[in-house]
Design a protein around this ligand. Structure first.
Ligand code: SAM
Length: 227
């Protein structure tokens, strides 16, 4: 995979660490996530960032001495030192209200009156079209499988959208080697990338092809938000 990736390209890995069901680690969180991260790094992938996919609607249940699992990891690796990364494509609306935004646009010495005593030009704070979303990405699980997507672990389109927009350019190539029901491929194509994937099970391949052909947006728009 590393060889096939452009020098500006990325590997984005969504993974969660399960509780071991048997063996010496039975009942504990299994460390395979961290082992995989280290293995990828040793292969030559540059570990850029760890994101948390926060699930505001994670399903409650009985999980022993722990809460329900309301996040998963998304690891961003890159091939080269300067991977393509478009922060502007994933900005979110500013939280400040209109009057605060207008005040900041005139505030050339914003912190001079604070105890720190240092002035700082704040006039450009709100000129970027939106805020940096941060590395905790809140996207509601949409349980696509109940809405006609025949895959039990389909992820919400909003999660794929965040990383496709950030880590690949328009006209770029996005490959999902564990494509499942084709969520990433469908979203990437919709966003103007060339995209395809690999999938082990024929029924999921059929499902992915069906979704590509229909390009159904399974998520309710606007589900992506900062946690
Ligand atoms: C968690 S699912 C991905 C779901 C996908 N993100 C979606 O939204 O539909 C992982 C998929 O990887 C597939 N898979 C596992 N091992 C594979 C392999 N060696 N080659 C290709 N696909 C594989 C599984 O069949 C499964 O559908």
């Amino acid at each position: 995979m590393l060889e096939a990736t452009k020098v500006s390209g990325s590997l984005v890995l969504n993974i969660k660490n399960r509780v071991a069901k048997d063996g010496p680690l039975k009942g504990q969180r299994h460390p395979y996530v961290y082992q995989l991260v280290l293995a990828l790094q040793n292969m030559g992938w540059r570990w850029v960032e760890t994101y948390v996919w926060a699930k505001p609607n994670a399903v409650p249940g009985k999980f022993g001495p722990r809460t329900k699992n309301s996040f998963e990891y998304v690891y961003h690796f890159a091939k080269g030192h300067a991977p393509y990364f478009d922060l502007n494509a994933i900005r979110v609306p500013y939280k400040a209200d209109r009057s605060e935004i207008e005040r900041r646009k005139r505030d050339t010495l914003g912190r001079r009156s604070t105890a720190a005593g240092f002035g700082r030009d704040r006039t450009k704070t709100y000129l970027l079209g939106g805020a940096d979303p941060g590395n905790v990405v809140s996207v509601a699980q949409t349980y696509n499988q109940y809405k006609g997507v025949a895959h039990t672990a389909a992820m919400p389109e909003g999660l794929a959208e965040f990383f496709v927009k950030a880590a690949s350019p328009q006209g770029g190539v996005v490959v999902d080697p564990f494509a499942g029901g084709g969520t990433t491929v469908v979203v990437a194509r919709r966003l103007g990338r060339h995209s395809g994937g690999f999938e082990l099970h024929q029924e999921f391949v059929a499902e992915g092809l069906r979704r590509i052909a229909h390009d159904e947006a399974d998520d309710i728009p606007g589900r992506l938000a900062v946690a």
